[in-house]
Every structure is written in C-alpha cells, then in structure tokens.
Ligand binder design. Sequence first.
Ligand SMILES: Cc1cc2nc3c(=O)[nH]c(=O)nc-3n(C[C@H](O)[C@H](O)[C@H](O)COP(=O)(O)OP(=O)(O)OC[C@H]3O[C@@H](n4cnc5c(N)ncnc54)[C@H](O)[C@@H]3O)c2cc1C
Length: 504
Amino acid sequence: MESSSNDNRIKNIVIVGGGTAGWMTAAAFSKVLKADYCNIRLIESDNISTVSVGEATIPQISLFNKILGIDENDFIRKTQSTFKLGIEFIDWKAKGHSYMHPFGSYGTDMDAIQFHHYWLKMYQQGKAPDIEEYSLAAIASKEGRFTRPHNAGNSPLSSISYAFHFDATLYAKYLREFAVNLGVERTEGKVIDVSLRNSDGFIDSVVLESGERVSGDLFIDCSGFRGLLIEGALKTGFDDWSEWLPCDRAVAMPCMAKNSVDPYTKSTAQGAGWTWRIPLQHRIGNGYVYPSKFVSDDEDVALLRAQMESEPIGEPNFLRWTTGVRKKGWHKNCVAIGLSAGFVEPLESTGLHLIQSAIAKLLGMFPSKGFEQADIDTYNEQLNVEMERIRDFIILHYKATERDDTDFWRFCQNMKIPENLQKKMDLYQANGRIYRQDTELFNETSWLAVMHGQGLKPKGYHPLVDTLEPTEIERRLHHIKSVIDKSVSVMPMQDDFINKNCKA
Ligand SMILES: Cc1cc2nc3c(=O)[nH]c(=O)nc-3n(C[C@H](O)[C@H](O)[C@H](O)COP(=O)(O)OP(=O)(O)OC[C@H]3O[C@@H](n4cnc5c(N)ncnc54)[C@H](O)[C@@H]3O)c2cc1C
C-alpha cells in the first residue's frame, strides 16, 4: 500500500451494531477498501436484539449485490428470497379500491414527451384503460409471473426491474459470513461507554462490558434506534417528523403461505395505519404499522391476527420509533447508518436502500484523519435531501385519499404538508406534469403510480400531445399495450422460475 499521506489515512474503522445496517456496511467496506487499507472491526451484542424486520426491498438492492460480487441465485437460496415487482396498495384511496406501485416504467416515451401525457389525454376522454394496463410489472404481478430481464431487443422483457423479499435475519447472517471472510473482525460484546477526545470532542474509543477499550479513527454507529454514538455520546439532535407521519409502532408476526407466492408486496390500509404482507419462500411476513395516538397497544395484535391467512408461526415482535432524522448523520468522526440515522415508516421499503445510499455516499466522501468539514457537510446535505424526498413521497399516500371514515383518515386529509410536496401535487393536478428533483430516489413512474392511484386528477394534460392526431395516439397506445400483454404471457409463473433457478 502506497503511503504518501499514510499517516493521515484512516487505519481503524469501528462499526457498533450487527443488524442489517452493521453487516451491510461491513460487507461493502471490506469489499471496497480491501484488507490492507485499514482494519474493520464490528462490535455486536448477543443480548441486544436486532429489529429483525426489513424484508421488502427496491430494485437498487441489485446494485449493492453486484458491487459485492455475490451470486444472486446463491443469495436467494440462502435468504429464502422471492422476487418483488412492486407493491399493491389496498383500501388506501378508498375502501374496496386497490392499485399497484410497479417497478419499471409505464408504456414507452413518444416524441420526447412522457408516455403518461398521451395516456392521460385518452384516459380523460374515456378512450384508454387505467395506467396499470401499460405496466409489465403490474400485469405480471397480478398473474403471479416473474422472469429476469433478458436481451430481447426493444421488448419490455429486456428491462424488467425487480427487487426481493427476504428473511432479514438470514440476510444479515449472509452478509456477516461475507464480511468475515474478507477480514472483518467481529467482536461479541456490549458497548457500555464512549470516550471522547478532550481536544475536539471526537470519539476516541468505546468501552465494552468486558473492560476492553476499542479505539478507532472512524466510528460507524449502526446501533439501531438508540443511536448509541451519534446521539448517546455526541448529542447530535433529531428532527421529528411525526406531525406528518404519525405511525410510530409496529407489530410483526410470520405465518405459513396458503397459496402460491405473489411476486409483490401487499399494503392494506386500516382504520388507522396499515398492514403488510411479504411473501418469502418459507413463510409470509405480516406486520401492522400504526399510530399510538389512534390505536392502543392491545388492539394491534388482534387486528394483525385477523388479517393473516394462517396461524402465526412465531411470537409477535413489537417495535416503536419516532419518525424523523438525525440533524447530522455524520458528526465529527462518527457516521450513523441505518435506524440510528433516522427512520420513516416502511411503507415503500426504503430502510435498506437508505443504508445502501449512506454507504455509497460515505465511500464517495471517504475521509482521512483530517476530516474535512466540507466533505461532512456535503454528505449530510445529500442524505437529508434524499430522506426529505422519501418522507414527502410517503406522506402523499396518507394525504391524497378519499377516506374520511375514521379520526385517523380525517387527520390525514386535514394535515398541513411540506411545501415541496404541495408543489408536486399542484403541478400534477394542473397538467399531469411530474419532475424528478435533484437525485431523489423515486422516479416519475413512482410518483405517477401513487398520485394517480390515490385519486389525484389532473385538470389538463401536456398541450404538445395535441400535435399527434387522437387516432394515432389511440393506435400507438393499443400497440404498446398489446406488446406488453404478449411479453407478460411468455413469462413463467414465479413459483416455476424459483423452482428451476433458486429454490431454497
Ligand atoms: C416495522 C419495521 C418494518 C421495516 N420494514 C422494512 C422493509 O420492508 N424494507 C426495508 O428496507 N426496511 C425496513 N425496515 C427498516 C430495516 O428494518 C432497518 O433499516 C434495518 O433492519 C437496519 O436496522 P439496524 O441494523 O440499523 O438496527 P438493528 O437491527 O436494531 O441493529 C442494531 C444492532 O446494534 C447492536 N447494539 C445496540 N446497542 C449495542 C450496544 N450497547 N453494544 C453492542 N451492540 C449494540 C444490536 O445488538 C444490533 O446488532 C423496517 C423497520 C421497521 C421498524
């Protein structure tokens, strides 16, 4: 290893926490930094449990797997994964209504104008079916079909976008094995104290229950909601977002699957909050996310049980949090990754993505012992913007609803929302326009799926659509739909695909 500025190089990284965040960080760092660059040590306590949820992902996870170089079929077998093509939202807009938030795109763009503007014009005139009919992922989901993308020219089969449902505990175990094989040193033990340097307030070391003192140059706080280092030691502060997202509790309970496995997540709105159904190869993950202001703790398990398709196969796992984000995810020589950095409810499966994103951004801004404040500020700014955009996207599901049948839904309808979200809704409701801002996670397809799905109705459409004759638009829409339908019809059922390629 070259040693020009070697003395200033980070030589010891200490990760506190061995949940998904800790092991994702350890796996990525050990792969990218290589063993001779620095030592990586992860401390986890067997006596403090992980949250053991976090089973649904979004397509970006494939990039993470690719960077690690892991074999996807091996990963699927070892984590009991199934494939995910999107999320179905049931009873969110109104009771009895449902829509899909599919991965991938709708139709195909024509003449540099987004597809949905052409669709919108015809839909408003009653001459086109719902936007879902132009999504391969939405149609395949409902038919239970899945295949990986393969080179099929212009066919939508070339660009299938997918994610996974997996067992969170098995995923952390899988990454642990990966990281330890690449030289990460694992220490079992409870951190009971954190020592700060007198000179600058940076973290000097953590002290374990055994008495051992572990020093480091860079500390990664993956200790979960408690934020042992970032808040416990450094008192970084927290922005509370409960005024917009009042769900602050969850109970999770698995059961066995009764039928074949769906390639999508189900989210069903309840009188207050919502329940999830996440199908894995060996079981179904179920959970109820709810606001403690509107639902008492003894009502939660009963409601969840009533939604489940078979008897539970595990004890209920109760979780509590305050929705929001650390004022600074990176402060001094400590970076919070995972739940310690903040949390917005799991409605759009963004938890693991935010871990992945924090790791990527930290590698991009990787410090030396000098810790440039400009790097730290840029990292914090980027992550805050990403979190805020995700927050707004999730608030949209609650705010744009016709439901007013309970106190909870009346609260959601009437609540004030962040200005940026209001602007996005106003823009869409004028002429159906949607813009992806900055580097925000959710793209135009996602915003359209939820704005349309939740019942927002644009008054007009993009005026340039009128440059094409209506009969020509109809012809093109019809053609696009028939190509998508044909493509779906050749996709295998997900069960068959898994049995053939990656059965656990
Ligand atoms: C209800 C719910 C549902 C979710 N669903 C999804 C989903 O579908 N998709 C998704 O992407 N994300 C989801 N998430 C988020 C996801 O679960 C988390 O982002 C992910 O599990 C990371 O958790 P973590 O590792 O930060 O924390 P934890 O799992 O809490 O791990 C904390 C670790 O720190 C250790 N620790 C704590 N204190 C000490 C100490 N003093 N000494 C030593 N070790 C210590 C613990 O032993 C543990 O190893 C969900 C979250 C919740 C709450």
